[in-house]
Design a binder for this molecule. Sequence first.
Ligand SMILES: Cc1cc2nc3c(=O)[nH]c(=O)nc-3n(C[C@H](O)[C@H](O)[C@H](O)COP(=O)(O)O)c2cc1C
Length: 256
Amino acid sequence: MKVTAFVGSARKKHTYNAAEKFLENLRKHGNVETEIVALSDYHLETCRGCMLCLNKGEEFCPLKDDRDKLIAKILESDGMVMASPNYSFQVSGLMKVFLDRLGFVFHRPRFYGKTFTSIVVQGIYGGKKISKYLSFIGGAMWFNVVKGSCLNTCEPIPEKVQEKNNMLLDRQSRKFYTVLVRKELPVPSFFELMMFRTARTNIKNQLDESWRDYVYYRDKGWFESDFYYTVRLSLLKKLAGRFFDWTAARRLRSNK
Ligand SMILES: Cc1cc2nc3c(=O)[nH]c(=O)nc-3n(C[C@H](O)[C@H](O)[C@H](O)COP(=O)(O)O)c2cc1C
């Protein structure tokens, strides 16, 4: 198994060290290969908002940067960690640029089955909301999300705070490892089922072959399948799935 941590701080200090500690813990739990990627070592350009990646396909993006190298690293990993410092009560600009470069993945999921978590490192306050935001991001890309941690690193770091940080990373790495080695893909919740069925119904009815989302969903067989991946749904969830298809189609008809 391989786990890659992406660090969104321009310096290799508290965020980088926390990511390293997390990966070190993971290696102790089992046979896990790890890699740490400092985003600042890569060339990432700011999204220009042309919408070409979303509408026509990611290969039409006019930016020439390291986006695809970083995506390849996610694809070759079984697990991903996003580690960011708290900057002005949000992820760092570097991390946000990275997230925007992955924007088309929210439309065309490809990371399902992989495990995700986040580490937020801060001076004093605001990191818990960022941690929630990153969990949401992981879920929106259909990763299996393990709750993130928020560490305090206001210098000088008191011994008790450092001990707490280590304890949080230890607990988080244990949970992450359990999810990472789980073989079967998770059964979607009703909410996740609704998200999939609504998205596919909208794409099927509103778009055509000139849109990349349509072609992507069609080629994956998602216009007919129960969910993004093969999974056994209970009778109740099968019925709920049909109901979500029906309500989405009805909403489209009534909007015409
Ligand atoms: C521009 C900037 C904005 C920051 N904003 C916050 C903040 O809103 N809340 C907070 O608790 N810490 C804030 N910090 C402190 C950092 O989160 C903290 O120093 C963190 O350890 C930096 O991570 P690093 O050591 O990996 O660079 C800020 C730091 C910088 C440089």
